[in-house]
Ligand binder design. Structure first.
Ligand code: IMP
Length: 434
């Protein structure tokens, strides 16, 4: 039985949750592999809008088990809040959520550390979501982290927590960035949270391995996106985990041999939250209009998203890293009514045409887009469910992207609801969803 991964290709918020929700009924288990509650998934089922952050959105399909993998950094309070919300809408979370005992725990001191690195005077602001994600991954890499399994150990947790707290306090003092902090109060709070978390925790790698052996289908739900990937994104303006294909394996303990299909999700234009280079960023009225029509405000922080145009060099780069089975284009309807639509076909830097993404953020920031203007369409695409029923210019827009990227565009989203989706006949996406 084949497994599927759904990945964002731009800077997050591409609408992965919608594809996951569409696919979830064919899969037994949905798996989240990286990131934390910096992610925001908005899924609309009927008229109900669900906003999830840590729990994979596939949990909304009855009978689907949701796994929070070892690569995730977990804020227990945030997770338990989501559990309450899901319970409130009648989802049996107890039998459908499993959290890895190897996931690292986000503590209040991680958020405090982030406040100082993201402060006005830090000189290296990334524009993060301020959820302590980066500092938690820092502790993981420097082997000072505390994992869920340790949090649940009455004997080990106090010892480990006090040792870490003493070290953090000494560093803060030496750097003169101390803030009032009562580690013992945090310790007690996390001991209580641990008890509420316990029923959901287990060895997710063993669970997934057995599930594969017994023929169950896995759906891997990416968080953030390739351009925010710690290795392949616009370093250092990115998140602290591997948000492209490789992170699926390390973040779940599932072998690369079992990643059968990878579907990438991209908006029909582009958005980005936070700092960092954005070659195709639009300005003035064009940007305002994309933001307004696309309702482009961050799910987690509410910040207005920066908006711009579809970037073919970026997407080719993202495809070369993820090697997609198919591409799903979202929010096509946001472009309805534009007389013409710019698409970036190439990059120019220092008078030269580039065929690769520059590795240095400063170079990317100086890179200029070469645009080709494509015709807009005269009637709305919103709600269209068949490719042939799209206006001719909208079909030409999709065909142009497909040809220039040399990857199948298997589906197009024309609105937030499940039904407002096109899956193209004969596409790999259709096969994957069947
Ligand atoms: P962090 O992940 O909170 O450390 O933030 C690092 C960068 O990633 C910032 O630019 C954030 O805005 C961005 N980011 C993190 N998670 C998401 C997401 O789920 N969607 C969009 N941007 C994100």
């Amino acid at each position: 039985m084949s497994n599927l991964a759904v990945l964002g290709l731009q800077w997050g918020d591409e609408g992965k949750g919608k594809l996951v929700d569409l696919a979830a009924e064919r899969f037994d288990i949905v798996v989240r592999c990286q990131g934390g509650n910096n992610a925001g998934h908005t899924v609309q089922v009927g008229d109900q809008i669900y906003k999830l952050s840590l729990v994979p959105s596939g949990i909304l399909r009855p009978g689907t088990v949701a796994v929070v993998g070892n690569g995730v950094v977990l804020d227990p309070e945030a997770l338990l809040q989501e559990v309450e919300t899901l319970r409130g809408v009648g989802i049996d979370v107890r039998s459908s959520l499993l959290v890895s005992d190897r996931a690292h725990v986000v503590f209040p001191h991680h958020r405090l550390m982030e406040l100082s690195s993201e402060g006005e005077n830090s000189g290296r602001r990334i524009g993060t979501t301020s959820r302590g994600i980066g500092p938690c991954y820092e502790d993981k890499a420097s082997r000072r982290g505390i994992r869920v399994a340790e949090l649940l150990s009455e004997e080990i947790f106090p010892r480990r927590f006090r040792a870490v707290a003493a070290e953090k306090a000494a560093i803060a003092k030496a750097l003169g960035i101390g803030r009032p902090w009562d580690p013992e109060a945090d310790l007690r709070r996390y001991q209580k949270l641990a008890e509420r978390l316990r029923p959901y925790v287990g060895d997710t790698t063993a669970y997934l391995s057995e599930a594969v052996s017994s023929g169950k289908r896995l759906l891997f739900e990416g968080a953030q996106a390739t351009m925010l990937d710690i290795d392949f994104g616009t370093y250092p303006y990115l998140t602290s985990s591997n948000a492209s294909a490789g992170g699926l394996c390390t973040g779940s303990g599932v072998s690369p041999r079992l990643m059968h299909d990878i579907v990438g999700v991209a908006k029909a234009y582009a958005t980005r939250v936070g700092e960092g280079p954005f070659v195709t960023e639009a300005h003035g009225e064009a940007e305002k209009s994309l933001r307004k029509v696309g309702r482009e405000y961050g799910t987690v922080t509410g910040r207005p998203r920066r908006c711009g145009w579809f970037d073919l060099p970026l997407m080719r780069y993202a495809h070369s890293i993820n090697h997609l089975s198919s591409l799903f284009i979202t929010k096509l309807d946001v472009l309805d009514g534009l007389a013409s639509i710019p698409v970036c076909t190439a990059y120019r830097l220092d008078g030269k045409t580039l065929d690769r993404m520059p590795a240095i953020a400063e170079d990317l920031a100086r890179t200029e887009p070469v645009y080709q203007e494509l015709a807009g369409w005269e009637r709305p695409t919103a709600g269209t469910t068949e490719f042939e029923k799209l206006p001719r210019a909208a079909r030409q827009y999709i065909d142009f992207l497909e040809e220039r990227l040399d990857v199948e565009i298997g589906g197009v989203s024309t609105g937030p609801r499940r039904a407002e989706t096109i899956v193209r006949d004969g596409s790999a996406l259709q096969r994957i969803l069947s």
